[in-house]
Design a protein around this ligand. Structure first.
Ligand code: PFF
Length: 489
């Protein structure tokens, strides 16, 4: 390793393994679980999707999770310096893992702001004027000042947490936020499942083929596209290849078991995704059916699932709807904050490491301020764009006559294309090749067996050498195809 070990006291560290676990689970549990997972599962074959998702989580997600935690803890650095410390050939991958979280934050902050807006309208709704989903959504996205204002509010909350430090900011928030999120999720599930016709939503999710036979979608997706959708979703949901897990790993005590922690994070994230599905889809489907909406016209995808369809459920509950609306959107907000702070930390840590490695005083408040201000400035563009509804979407901005693929439809997708679409699968593929072929898994032997004496090396090495690179290459192709509409798949 060609870098000086950092002064861990200056960088900060988690105070306990449970604090680390709740923070890592907080990073993983986010908007991806609450609206991406249920919708993709329903549309991509329900139970089949779930089985493929689980297989990918075991063979790909777990392997990368363990690799990232090991890389972070062994080097004691965030992504940029960690890659630099172990490999000259692969040090550029570290930069991918700082650009990607930055780009994700430019739209994650906008979506987080949307949650704040919906908490406010449901609060107002308690006093008698409960707006419908579509009214609220249109007002929000077509008023740039509203979208920018709520995004800034979201950023201020995250900023204050990150500024507080690893143990007294991030860990403290997650130790309260994650259990609270879980309790709220259970309350929402109980309410959702008691709506008449909720069983139709459960069938949509869990009965193989029901999305088609039940009339929700016209035709079943191809096996290839289910594989790709499940892979992309699993990756985003587990916060992989974004520097966040490497960063959290670098703050973890040497005595803790990395394999055990990796399993817990993957399992917890998957359970929350399933629970979120059970909270969201049955309510959305049941309410649509009860209002006479044909099932193929119920909006179950994209931002509309939460901000139109679900808001209508609360609207239609009458006076009590505001209370459930508030509980639901506070829970989504908690999930968004706990993920966003890990992204902000993944960007900030590079500057913190740099000062720490040079023996300079680490100025966390200043670093976090600069990172948050720059994210906020770029996020203003995404917020003001209102998902492409305000006349300066990328295709209009670049003077094209019409959109040419998802990347050009709105600025959110544009940022998503570089981060989730390219940097994430490319970064994961490179990490697997670096550990599997260049460094060899034995390079991390001591790290993996510090606090863990079981067998894992053979399985881990096999996944990193063969399964992950192939899976990631394929996912990269499919992501490019979906963003640019090449028509490859
Ligand atoms: N895992 C988060 C979600 O499911 O919404 C998103 C995310 C957070 C991705 C942090 C990457 C990351 F580093």
């Amino acid at each position: 390793m060609d870098n000086k070990m950092p002064d861990t006291n200056q960088r900060g560290s988690f105070g306990s393994n449970i604090g680390f676990l709740l923070s890592a689970i907080g990073s993983a549990v986010g908007l991806g679980n609450i609206w991406g997972f249920p919708y993709k599962m329903g549309k991509s074959g329900g139970f089949t999707f779930l089985l493929i998702y689980l297989a990918l989580a075991v063979f790909v997600g777990f392997a990368i999770m363990l690799g990232e935690l090991a890389l972070g803890r062994k080097t004691g650095f965030g992504p940029v310096n960690a890659y630099k410390a172990v490999s000259k050939k692969f040090k550029w991958v570290g930069w991918l893992a700082i650009v990607a979280p930055f780009l994700i934050m430019t739209f994650y902050s906008v979506l987080g702001g949307y949650c704040i807006y919906y908490i406010i309208i449901n609060l107002i709704g308690l006093f008698g004027n409960m707006p419908t989903g579509m009214d609220s959504f249109v007002t929000m996205i077509t008023h740039p000042m509203i979208s920018i204002g709520i995004m800034i509010l979201f950023m201020i909350i995250c900023y204050l947490i990150n500024r507080g430090g690893v143990d007294s900011g991030i860990e403290k928030f997650n130790k309260v936020g994650m259990p609270a999120l879980f309790v709220m999720l259970i309350i929402i599930i109980i309410k959702a499942l008691t709506i008449p016709n909720a069983v139709e939503g459960l069938k949509f999710m869990f009965k193989p083929g029901y999305a088609v036979t039940g009339g929700f979608i016209d035709s079943a997706p191809s096996a290839l596209s289910v594989l790709a959708t499940a892979g992309g979703q699993m990756f985003f949901s587990l916060s992989l290849a974004m520097g966040a897990i490497i960063t959290y790993g670098s703050y973890l005590d040497k005595g803790e078991s990395l394999p055990k922690n990796s399993v817990i994070i993957v399992v917890a994230d998957t359970i929350v995704a399933l629970l979120a599905g059970i909270a969201v889809i049955p309510a959305a489907v049941a309410n649509g059916i009860n209002n006479g909406v044909p099932v193929n016209e119920i909006s179950l995808g994209g931002p509309k699932l939460l901000f139109v369809t679900l808001q209508d459920v609360f609207h239609d509950m009458g006076a009590i709807g505001g209370i459930f609306g508030i509980i639901f959107f506070v829970l989504v907000l908690l999930a968004a904050i706990s993920s966003a702070i890990s992204l902000i930390e993944a960007v900030s840590v590079t500057f913190i490491d740099r000062a720490s490695a040079k023996g300079k005083e680490v100025n966390r408040p200043r670093t976090v301020t600069i990172v948050c201000v720059v994210i906020t400035i770029v996020a203003c563009l995404v917020a003001a764009d209102g998902l492409g509804s305000n006349g300066f979407a990328p295709w209009q901005f670049f003077g094209m006559s019409e959109p040419t693929g998802a990347w050009s439809e709105d600025w959110l997708d544009f940022m998503d294309m570089f981060s989730e679409g390219i940097a994430m699968p490319l970064g994961a593929m490179m990490m697997a090749i670096m550990i599997g072929w260049e460094l060899k898994p034995s390079f991390f032997h001591d790290e993996i067996h510090s606090g863990y004496s079981g067998k894992i090396d053979g399985f881990w090495g096999f996944c990193l050498k063969f399964i992950v690179p192939i899976a990631m290459f394929f996912i990269l192709l499919v992501q490019l195809d979906s963003f640019f509409s090449f028509g490859w798949f």
